[in-house]
Ligand binder design. Structure first.
Ligand code: ASP
Ligand code: MG
Length: 430
């Protein structure tokens, strides 16, 4: 069995959905578990809608709701050439109940409301794609993620209960696949990515970009052979193509290397995705949905090629914070433990740090609310020097890299090296 994940870009219009059907046709000899994201940029729109709903901006909410609705209805009409009136009515009914949900006043828990609203993107996507594939002769069944991916009630950042999810998978999904195997036919199941449900039946979401993780959770619990993430790029590249024109495809890297890349901020795959796959040795492929015949990138146990190509990871909007004890004493363990707990309390992750006798310097992603709160907290005990808007460049396997083109118009203000990773905090030359 394969687990496929189709991200937002791969289902952003009727043409893309038709392409999904063509790809599925290429895999007619294996069972398929298909995880779908919300169509196009709908998750962003739904986030915005939640904001309007919660702040009581009815006019903007109404306008955006209409846009979201017509986007989906247009895709459905295009896919079914207008002659599937029943399904279109069904879709419109769905929007009616969505609308009446928005007419009621929101509850107090923002994250709870967020999950109810934002998860609609995946639900609509699964509903349309499942129906379209059935019409196209690719018989499939849509399983609701709320009943399968069982999570705690940490809305917006729900944690998967592995045991409960395993049970749900064995009760609901496995019989579906097993029956098909008995009849020697192919089984195709569809499910929403990014969405889960609590044991009490409330909808949760797993954090932005969480559909990759859904694919990994299902692959793990179903003992799948391989996960394929279909993307609008040829595979994993050694640099973001928007930033570096001359990028190279990485044909094969290890789980470990992929985890490192994700850790340093490469927007490759959702960072939580790799661990479950590694634990069961399930390989992961990242492939282009425009060129499904190409191999893309394979991620598995093989570490042989990891060091062959340097990878470049850029992080912008970095804060560099230098911390000095007020009494000119040394930075010692008790200071450090206080500093770290402040970062943890504000849920801020340190990207790079350096310690000297009288100061401790860290760099982290700027956040509109968390950064000032952190700085205010630290100011009580320390003298603080804070500079904004820096760039962090991380280079994996830097010994093979030509770094000059990236820093010739930059000044390096902080540098750190391990045997295979170089990090440079830089600023533009003034
Ligand atoms: N649709 C969700 C998002 O955009 C989940 C995903 O695409 O992975 O964050
Ligand atoms: Mg996505």
């Amino acid at each position: 069995m394969y687990v496929f994940k189709f991200g937002g870009a791969s289902v952003k219009s009727a043409n893309e959905v038709r392409n999904v059907a063509n790809i599925i046709k290429m895999y007619s000899d294996t069972n398929l578990m298909i995880v779908v994201s919300a169509m196009g940029k709908i998750t962003n729109a739904l986030e915005q809608l939640t904001e309007y709903y919660f702040t009581g901006d009815k006019e903007s909410a109404e306008k955006l709701f209409v846009e979201i609705k017509s986007y989906h209805v247009d895709i459905a009409k295009n896919l079914f050439n207008n002659n599937n009136g029943q399904f279109i009515r069904h879709l419109e009914d769905k929007f009616k109940s969505f609308e009446s949900m928005l007419e009621k006043a929101p509850g107090e828990n923002y994250n709870f409301e967020y999950d109810r609203i934002v998860s609609m993107g995946e639900e609509l996507s699964a509903m349309i794609i499942s129906h379209y594939l059935n019409e196209a002769g690719l018989n499939n069944r849509w399983f609701n993620a709320n009943d399968i991916v069982i999570t705690d009630a940490r809305y917006r950042d729900a944690q998967v209960y592995w045991d409960k999810t395993q049970v749900a998978v064995e009760e609901k999904l496995l019989p579906f696949f097993d029956n098909a195997s008995k009849n020697s036919s192919q089984a195709i199941a569809i499910i929403q990515g990014f969405v889960g449900g609590t044991t009490a039946g409330y909808t949760t979401t797993l954090g932005r970009e969480g559909s990759d993780y859904t694919a990994a959770v299902l692959a793990y619990t179903l003992n799948a052979r391989e996960v394929v993430i279909w993307k609008d790029v040829p595979g994993l590249l050694n640099a973001d193509p928007k930033l570096v024109k001359q990028n190279i495809l990485l044909p094969n890297i290890s789980y470990r290397e992929a985890i490192e890349l994700a850790y340093y901020g490469a927007k490759v795959i959702h960072p939580k995705t790799l661990k479950p796959l590694l634990n069961k040795n399930i390989s992961l492929r990242v492939k282009s949905f425009y060129e499904p015949g190409n191999e893309g990138t394979l991620i598995n146990y093989n570490e042989k090629y990891d060091g062959e190509t340097p990878s470049y990871i850029f992080k912008f909007n970095q804060v560099m914070l230098s911390i000095y004890p007020k009494d000119f004493s040394f930075i010692a363990e008790d200071n450090l433990s206080h500093i770290f707990s402040e970062f943890a309390r504000h849920n801020l992750r340190i990207n790079m740090m350096q310690n000297s006798a009288i100061s401790f310097t860290v760099c982290f992603d700027y956040d509109r609310t968390k950064t000032p709160a952190l700085v205010d907290g630290l100011k009580k005990l320390f003298n603080i020097e804070c500079i904004y808007d820096k760039e962090l460049l991380t280079i994996r396997h830097y010994k093979k890299a030509d770094i000059n083109p990236f820093i010739e118009d930059r000044i390096v203000i902080l540098e750190q090296k391990t045997s295979d990773t170089l990090q440079l905090l830089v600023k533009k030359q003034e």
